[in-house]
Ligand binder design. Structure first.
Ligand code: ADP
Length: 663
């Protein structure tokens, strides 16, 4: 190509053209004398439309710089030209294409100067870096979101004021998402209103913190609450699912997103962000908003839990300080860490004495209660609760105080247990007096009854000689009542013996099948209405107290008859289960509720709803339990109110010829 044509067609015709082909850059040359520009476009798609175009004046280039970058770039390049030493210039800016779309370019030029240092021309290369800038922007945005999430998570842990945290969250959202408004709304208990708890971008005269906002069922927030899913609204003006409620339209809101906030149980409210210009929120935007909502939800839940804990603590403190019952904190190793005045008073210690030396559980527990205490410790470490039980404590002066004690595990790691003790000495004393009275009364009643029995025997003989049938019938009836009175007195005496630990057992080897059969036979006369059906032979010899065990069977079968006024069958079932024999007595009677089943075997316990219709003292099952326990067995009841009951007891098989269990 000749020099003259090179001058005419500019940079495209000389060696730049060859170089340009090797790159995707737009090469340019700016003659500073004539202020004309020449260019050469290589393989670049972006700049391809300039390939055919001339760039006569520098203005053309300047006008193509995005208005927001123009001033900066023009100023910068002029300064480089004017400086005598600068040989190179570089700028990054947005460049406008023919269709007015913009690309990011990295423009680098070398400045050619004459011997006096005056710039003659610039030769430059412009490269499309839009993709790189977008990737950088995306990475920056991701990073800023991640930083914002971790910053907020950190604050959520330390910030105790939940509303302050809400405000911090919406401020973060403003910074990261560049939004015009945001709000945290709390759903009120009536489910009809929402309260603004934090936000920005709202008219401060009408909407401030704690403003109640009617829940418009067609609003963005209500839609999120209903669907329980994140909601993105691209354009409120055309949106079908929601209509802009007053608050949004008044503030000229167009786009937005909402996500729900959760509390411990149910929904707390909604977190929303809004823009006043149309914005298509991306998947990443909603994910980020959801992450912020998750942090807020966790903080709400923590705040609620702590609130409940604080409430429970203050309620407990009130109980502790009221000193109505003794409260103590102990470790599983037995040291009592702290106690309230009521507990110290109960044991007769002053606070000074308590603080001077550690009071240990062993020091204040009589040996016979150690087993019960160890069982309670085990219960508390396994289930967290030791249900109330009775025990005694040693007082400082060596005396004893009776208490009902219960405990809960406070902290598994430190093994701290909270125990309470209620002084029941007065009640115990009353019980002791009652037992004493009962014992004396039953003994006193027994003596005259023995005489009555003796006299009725004499009378029986006389009446037999007289041959008077009427008198004989009366005497028989008298004998029946005397027998009943006798067995009542015997039972009362048994209770006294159990209380005093003096119930004597006489064990012997007994053929169990024959024993059951005989016992049933002797009760058959008790009711003509009820048939007693016996199943199951076990063919075993057991070591039992025959009379006492017969007492148990009699009590269970007579109860089955007594409490089945409309039933007519009582079933006695005997079977082997593992190493035990289980005897069950099933009736078709009135049944027993779950609540009552727990207490049936307690002394003097009678089911209240039926106690008026059936006579009794409520001691038969108590005595039965003691007898079965003494045999090393267990007794229990299963029943449903109105649908009959089954009372069962088990006796250990392999212990039949061993030393019986002594409780
Ligand atoms: P008593 O029958 O003398 O009241 P027990 O100690 O034998 O005393 O029984 C205690 C209570 O248990 C009874 O008062 C009764 O309420 C209830 N009970 C016992 N056996 C039965 C049964 N088979 N069906 C329904 N309730 C029963």
């Amino acid at each position: 190509m000749s020099q003259s044509s090179s001058d005419k067609r500019g940079i495209e015709c000389d060696s730049y053209k060859k170089i340009a082909k090797l790159t995707s850059d737009l090469l340019w040359e700016w003659d500073l004398k004539t202020h004309t520009m020449k260019k050469s476009v290589g393989s670049s798609e972006v700049f391809s439309s300039f390939r055919k175009k001339d760039i006569p004046q520098v203005d053309w280039w300047e006008n193509r710089i995005h208005p927001d970058d123009r001033k900066r770039i023009v100023k910068d390049i002029r300064r480089a030209i004017q400086s005598k030493h600068k040989m190179k210039w570089h700028g990054v800016y947005r460049f406008l294409l023919d269709d007015n779309s913009e690309v990011w370019v990295s423009d680098t030029a070398c400045i050619i100067r004459n011997s006096q240092g005056k710039a003659q021309k610039l030769i430059g290369a412009m490269r499309d870096i839009t993709q790189r800038i977008k990737t950088e922007e995306m990475l920056r945005s991701r990073l800023s979101r991640q930083l914002s999430i971790s910053e907020l998570s950190r604050k959520a842990l330390s910030e105790n004021d939940i509303y302050q945290l809400f405000q911090l969250s919406v401020d973060q959202l403003r910074e990261v998402l560049q939004i015009d408004a945001a709000k945290v709304l709390e759903l009120m208990p009536d489910n009809k209103c929402m309260m603004l708890r934090a936000g920005f971008g709202w008219n401060k005269k009408t909407i401030t913190h704690n403003t109640i906002i009617e829940k418009d069922s067609h609003s963005q927030a209500a839609y999120a609450l209903k669907s329980k899913k994140p909601v993105i609204v691209d354009d409120l003006r055309t949106e079908k699912r929601v209509t802009g409620p007053n608050m949004l339209t008044q503030h000229k809101i167009i786009s937005g997103m909402s996500v729900i906030l959760c509390r411990n149980e149910g929904t707390y409210g909604v977190l929303s962000v809004h823009t006043k210009t149309k914005r298509i929120f991306t998947r990443e935007d909603i994910d980020y908003l959801q992450s912020i909502a998750n942090i807020i939800s966790l903080a709400i839940q923590r705040n609620e839990t702590e609130g409940e804990l604080r409430k429970a603590q203050s309620q407990f403190k009130a109980l502790h300080d009221a000193n109505i019952i003794g409260v103590m904190y102990e470790r599983m190793n037995g040291s009592i860490v702290n106690a309230n005045d009521a507990f110290l008073n109960m044991l007769g210690y002053t606070r000074k004495e308590f603080e001077k030396r550690t009071i240990r559980w062993e020091d204040i527990t009589p040996a016979e209660y150690e087993r019960a205490d160890l069982r309670a410790f085990e219960e508390v470490s396994q289930t967290g609760i030791a249900y109330p039980y009775e025990k005694e404590y040693f007082k400082k002066d060596g005396g004893r105080v009776s208490a009902i004690v219960g405990a809960v595990m406070l902290n598994r790691e430190t093994e701290e247990v909270l125990a309470f003790a209620l002084d029941i000495t007065a009640r115990k004393e009353l019980e002791r007096k009652k037992d004493e009275f009962m014992s004396i009364a039953s003994h006193e009643l027994r003596t005259p009854l023995t005489s009555i029995k003796g006299y009725t025997q004499i009378l029986e003989r006389i009446i037999q000689q007289m041959g008077d049938q009427r008198l004989h019938t009366y005497l028989k009836k008298t004998n029946t009542y005397v027998e009943r009175l006798n067995s009542l007195i015997v039972e009362l005496l048994d209770v006294s013996k159990i209380q005093a630990g003096k119930l004597v057992m006489n064990y012997e080897a007994v053929d169990f099948d024959a024993f059951i059969e005989e016992s049933i036979e002797s009760i058959r006369h008790f009711s003509s209405r009820h048939s007693i059906v016996y199943h199951g032979r076990i063919n075993e010899v057991l070591r039992i107290d025959r009379n006492r065990l017969e007492q148990v069977l009699t009590n269970l079968i007579t109860n089955a008859i007594k409490y089945s006024p409309n039933g007519n069958k009582v079933e006695v079932q005997v079977k082997k289960e593992g190493n035990s024999v289980v005897v069950s007595i099933t009736d078709e009677g009135i049944g027993i509720s779950k609540k009552d089943q727990k207490n049936l075997f307690n002394r003097f316990y009678r089911v209240e709803s039926s106690s008026n219709s059936f006579s009794g003292l409520g001691i038969g099952l108590y005595i039965s339990r003691e007898i079965i326990n003494r045999h090393g067995g267990k007794i229990w009841a299963t029943s449903k109110k109105g649908e009959g009951s089954t009372f069962s007891f088990s006796l250990p098989l392999q212990e039949a010829f061993l030393q019986p269990h002594i409780s």
